[in-house]
Design a protein around this ligand. Sequence first.
Ligand SMILES: CC(C)(COP(=O)(O)OP(=O)(O)OC[C@H]1O[C@@H](n2cnc3c(N)ncnc32)[C@H](O)[C@@H]1OP(=O)(O)O)[C@@H](O)C(=O)NCCC(=O)NCCS
Length: 139
Amino acid sequence: MVEEDIPAALALWQGLPGIGLRDADSPEALARYLRRNPGCSFVALTEAGELAGVSVAGHDGRRGYLHHVAVAERFRNRGLGRELVEHCAAALKAEGIEKINLWVKADNAAGLAFWNRLGGRERRDILMVSVITGDNPNA
Ligand SMILES: CC(C)(COP(=O)(O)OP(=O)(O)OC[C@H]1O[C@@H](n2cnc3c(N)ncnc32)[C@H](O)[C@@H]1OP(=O)(O)O)[C@@H](O)C(=O)NCCC(=O)NCCS
């Protein structure tokens, strides 16, 4: 995934209830994320250059993170989501990162089923806590 893919990725994410977009998903912020994590995020493109799927990944030197894994509806159930995640996992592994954390909306049963098929383990021992340090409640 390169910066030029960001508008198409945003267009895909915007229509999907399983994906939550915040101000942190502005094109500028996403470009910064890609620059900080080069080679870790991937897109699937058709021969015509249409974006079929996307998986954003990065790490903080310690743990890997996956964000906004999505496949356009007409390209689903043919292994694309799995392949995108495997590419991200391999890129993170090459940087010495062997554990990846990610967030699934509590009402996204299909998303959770996908992660289960990919070997993900739901954590029931942890709650996510967010602290907003500025004035923007949609940060
Ligand atoms: C989740 C999503 C990325 C899956 O993409 P996909 O390309 O259809 O997934 P794949 O074809 O690679 O499926 C991989 C595995 O997950 C399973 N799977 C995929 N969608 C599933 C679903 N809705 N319910 C149950 N299992 C599912 C597949 O059967 C497959 O299993 P297998 O490899 O063991 O046979 C896609 O449905 C999507 O974009 N959903 C909306 C966005 C979203 O919720 N993303 C997750 C955010 S946490």
